[in-house]
Design a protein around this ligand. Structure first.
Ligand SMILES: *Cc1c(COP(=O)(O)O)cnc(C)c1O
Length: 223
């Protein structure tokens, strides 16, 4: 567990950017890690947990149901997994198409839950890796805002390979402004992973998704 290191990096980046560390939420990405790691993070005071696969996240969240945690679903989401995901996730970071908005909204209403939804923006225009092209952000944001059971929360992106993170996150800010035009309180900017958290803080990220810098290598099999 390298929580002090990560908090130190965030503090330094905030100082360089003239930002308040309290404006940044650290999400511990616990994919491939056992529920016991989640429990440890919780004991250290972390409240936000990120997972990218429902098959792994659902049982883990159930094992940690006694903890006061906010679960973030950060991976590509299939419509047939929505009913399961809304049972534990309060925030879905990977909303990138109309069909998913309808399915997620329906699942949230059936479960009597409200799900904060972030529009995932593809910064390199490669839809295979998830995320919507920037030009689709306005209609998707409108659709989320109009969908009962969902609340428009903001935007999310993964810095693409082959593009400097600073440039990628600068592009994300345009989409963040578009989303705030639809709902002014949709201020979440989920950007920054272990390798690029400094660039994300500099660009204005409000939520960082940190796995390996916190918990060590996941091993060669897992992306
Ligand atoms: C795994 C993952 C992360 C964390 O990545 P690290 O490089 O381990 O910090 C962040 N965001 C998403 C969407 C992920 O799948």
């Amino acid at each position: 567990m390298r929580l002090a290191d990560v908090r130190g990096r965030i503090a330094k980046a905030c100082e360089a950017a003239g930002r308040d560390m309290n404006d940044i939420t650290l999400i511990a990405v616990t994919k491939t890690r056992p529920a016991s790691d989640v429990r440890l993070l919780s004991e250290l005071g972390l409240r936000d947990v990120g997972e990218n696969r429902d098959a792994e996240a659902a049982p883990k969240a159930a094992q940690c149901a006694d903890l006061n945690l906010t679960w973030h679903f950060i991976g590509q989401l299939q419509t047939n997994k929505c009913a399961s995901v809304v049972r534990y996730a309060s925030v879905v970071h990977s909303v990138d198409r109309l069909r998913l908005i309808r399915a997620l909204g329906q699942a949230a209403r059936r479960a009597d839950r409200v799900v904060s939804s972030l529009i995932e923006v593809s910064l390199d225009g490669d839809p295979a890796r998830g995320g919507a092209p920037a030009e689709q952000v306005p209609p998707l944001a409108e659709a989320v805002a109009a969908e009962p059971g969902l609340v428009l929360g903001g935007v999310m992106a993964i810095a693409p390979l082959g593009l400097a993170p600073a440039e990628a996150f600068a592009r994300l800010l345009d989409s963040a402004a578009v989303v705030r035009a639809v709902r002014p309180s949709a201020t979440v900017i989920s950007a920054g992973m272990s390798g690029d958290l400094e660039a994300a803080v500099e660009a204005g990220a409000t939520h960082l998704r940190i796995g390996t810098a916190l918990l060590g290598d996941r091993g060669p099999r897992v992306r």
